[in-house]
Design a protein around this ligand. Structure first.
Ligand SMILES: [Zn+2]
Length: 358
């Protein structure tokens, strides 16, 4: 949860500077109260004592429609008047030796927030000091649809928050806040679009996915894309999942609530953040190694080993303990992955937080 940390010892050092300064102030006060009021750094040494430091933290590492609270804590030993800025935008001012505060933000794309102070020096100049930056906050948005009386499926903006939307927010937050660097940064400025396919509507009736109507899927499933209830786009970070996949299934051999969304978010992570170290190539090497070893694979073996995308998406589902079939639920865990497909487990742990220590 906390995020930017001071370097080890940094806060301690600056606290002891504060104490030294306070002791000096008491002596100075007994000499002249007025000179204290106008006190600024009188020498180069004093100016160093006045170096501001502090922290900025975010209430969450992901924002899916609900925003985040950014909190700061600044130590400015000389207590000079200063403006406090987040990404260059003033959020407050203070003349105290210790200043803290918070502000809510709902970023429209993945963001980092840099905290600076603009200090007004006694000689009339100002100086800008960068205190630190928040970690990357990954961002998602959700879109719902409805069928019009004339049969089209259009974007819907219902009043209030539907059960499906609430469930999608929760699952997306759970996954997105665990994406480590440098992967999270590769989504900078972008928002992950999550479309909820209404029950009773086909994926290919949603405007963005129209062009897939009538097309077969790569794995040749019955009904092609028209029948698909979970899909991820390679061109943009957009996915769509069936509304029914977000709630509890209770017939046959059901999936976990949120399984489809977690699986599709896994696809997006591999497709949109793999980067120059090429997680995609590494994951495919792990997959081929596992095929040569004769498996096993998380969940339905023939599906998981089919290509690197499904391999990664099912590994993601295992990491977050959501299963594709209740009968295979024992395989969707970090422990199972670590024991049975250690190469994939290692790569998954490189990309997502939350692995138990090896
Ligand atoms: Zn998939």
């Amino acid at each position: 949860m906390t995020v930017h940390q001071l370097q080890p010892g940094e806060l301690g050092r600056s606290r002891s500077r504060l104490k030294a300064k306070a002791a000096a102030s008491i002596v100075a006060a007994s000499v002249s109260a007025t000179s204290m009021l106008s006190a600024g750094p009188a020498s180069a040494d004093d100016a160093r004592l006045c170096m501001a430091s502090g922290t900025i933290t975010a209430s969450s590492l992901a924002s899916v429609e609900e925003g985040v609270t950014l909190r700061w804590y600044i130590e400015d030993p000389c207590g000079l008047p200063k403006d406090i800025l987040l990404n260059g935008i003033p959020v407050g001012s203070s003349a105290a030796a210790v200043a803290d505060g918070e502000v809510a933000r709902t970023p429209s794309g993945a963001s980092r927030y840099t905290l600076t102070v603009r200090r007004h020096n006694p000689d009339g100049t100002t100086s800008s000091i960068t205190i630190g930056s928040s970690p990357t906050i990954v961002v998602g948005n959700i879109r719902e649809y409805r069928r019009t009386p004339d049969g089209r499926v259009v974007s819907d903006h219902p009043v209030g928050v539907s059960e499906e939307r609430r469930a999608a927010r929760q699952t997306a937050q759970r996954v997105l806040r665990q994406i480590k660097e440098p992967y999270a940064s590769r989504l900078m400025g972008k928002s992950i679009g999550i479309s909820i396919i209404p029950t009773g509507a086909r994926l290919t009736e949603l405007p963005y996915w129209n062009s897939l109507a009538g097309l077969p899927t790569a794995d040749g499933r019955p009904g092609g894309y028209d029948a698909v209830r979970g899909v991820a786009d390679t061109a943009q970070p957009k996915i769509a999942v069936g509304a029914e996949t977000l709630g509890a299934g209770d017939i046959g051999d059901p999936t976990s609530p949120g399984y489809a969304l977690t699986h599709e978010l896994g696809h997006l992570v591999l497709m949109h953040t793999a980067g120059p170290e090429d997680m995609r190539v590494l994951a495919d090497t792990a997959r081929r190694t596992q095929i040569r070893a004769g498996g096993p694979f998380v969940g339905d073996d023939s599906y998981t080993k089919f290509n690197v995308d499904e391999y990664w998406a099912e590994g993601t589902a295992a990491h977050f303990t959501v299963f594709a079939k209740r009968s295979l639920s024992a395989e969707y865990s970090q422990a199972w992955l670590k024991t049975n497909d250690r190469n994939l487990w290692q790569l998954i742990c490189n990309v997502y937080r939350g692995c138990a220590p090896a």
